[in-house]
Design a protein around this ligand. Sequence first.
Ligand code: RB5
Length: 145
Amino acid sequence: MGLKVAIASDHGGFQLKEFLKDNLDIKWIDLGTDSEKAADHPEYGHKLSRFVAEGGAEFGVAICGTGIGISIACNRHPEIRAAVCTDSTMARLTREHNDANVLCLGARIIGEEVALDVVQTFLETEFNTKKAKYARRVEMYNDFN
Ligand code: RB5
């Protein structure tokens, strides 16, 4: 795959991060963490989100124990639409409907083989531009004032 994809995790997601890098032929940009030593997931969510928002990668993959904590940090960035997915249907629909640009995974929740399918589906699926309602709704995510 020719895509540049940033990947980051806390300690809970470290093993899954390494597994994905070893098993998917993608131009990964690894933003850490680099061991199973305790690391704060918000730090890695923010680092990855800043990188994607600044155009360093087309997409990001963010991993923690559940995927939830790191997704909360990622979604504080207005340019980021981070989605926790546990199967490839969620991965497909969040690309088609939400134009999600960061995939969040829970290493304690998802198995390695399912995670491979989820990442592949997320990266291969295009945002559905044929229906204006999806683009309108994506525009509305930052329209809360
Ligand atoms: C770390 O122990 C754990 O809290 C973290 O990986 C994540 O699951 C938080 O949402």
